[in-house]
Design a binder for this molecule. Structure first.
Ligand code: ATP
Ligand code: MG
Length: 237
């Protein structure tokens, strides 16, 4: 079980500062939601946690150890995985081949097999379509494959960037149930970035609201669901 702490991180794209000193904590076994409007810095935060974006300053601490100097592949080995915004599947590869991309750091065939079985158990539609080209799946099915690919390294911290984006409501609830099961049955911590703030807050133990590169509010999911500012800005109440 891993605890992840983000301490005062600053991240730039060229000269433009996208994160101005973001701090938060993910306790082991929790679902943590990051919400906020477009361009607030949610995806940048996940990229920084995954090691895909360098910090200008600040630190990322996993179980008391600084890991911000490490590469993405090393962080996969430490138990962190990301399902990126926009899914980023290889459309001309089969579903199975896409899943195996997520297992490229896993050297044991037994472990790969176990992870694959778990993905198929959680997403039976993915198993049904395992030989189909990923590009021929519906948006919802592609999202399941993207989450499944991230699960293939058997992470303890799974980061999901906009899993409900552009997906039919019925499939959104299927995916939400799968995320809850992953969390409850396997004790995996989940960092959930979502435009659908209501869904994210309902699902999460803790939540953070981003605005223009800073965290402007935090609390339990339930607290933020009842916060007047959050209701006005994100819940249309
Ligand atoms: N590759 C990039 N090059 C330059 N600037 C970028 C790049 N990616 C993001 N930014 C900028 O960094 C800031 C944060 O963007 P980020 O993608 O993290 O926001 P977000 O909260 O994920 O937004 P969205 O809800 O639209 O996905 C924005 O001002 C954005 O324009
Ligand atoms: Mg984003």
């Amino acid at each position: 079980m891993l605890t992840l702490e983000v301490k005062d991180i600053v991240v730039h794209y060229g000269l433009v500062e996208a994160l101005h000193g973001v701090s938060f904590k993910i306790d082991a076994g929790k679902i943590v939601a990051l919400i906020g409007s477009n361009g607030a810095g949610k995806s940048t935060t996940l990229k920084a946690l995954m090691g895909l974006k360098k910090l200008t300053s600040g630190s990322v601490v996993l179980d008391g150890k600084r890991i911000d100097g490490t590469h993405a592949a090393q962080r996969v080995g430490m138990g962190i995985a990301l399902s990126p915004e926009g899914r980023r599947l290889f459309p001309r590869m089969s579903v199975w081949e896409n899943l195996m991309v997520g297992a490229h750091t896993v050297h044991s065939a037994d472990k790969r097999h176990r992870a694959l079985e778990r993905v198929y158990e959680l997403f039976p539609r993915v198993q049904e379509r395992r030989n189909q080209l990923a590009g021929s799946l519906s948006g919802g099915e592609q999202q399941m494959v993207a989450i499944g690919r991230a699960m293939m390294s058997e992470p303890q911290i799974l980061m999901l960037d906009e899993p409900s984006l552009g997906i039919a409501p019925k499939i959104v609830s299927e995916i939400a149930n799968a995320i809850r099961r992953l969390n409850q049955e396997a004790g995996i911590s989940v960092i959930l970035v979502e435009q659908n703030a209501r869904l994210a807050l309902k699902m999460s133990d803790d939540a953070y609201v981003f605005e223009q590169g800073v965290v402007i509010r935090s609390g339990s999911g339930q607290e933020l669901l009842h916060d007047t500012f959050v209701q006005k800005a994100f819940l249309g109440i």
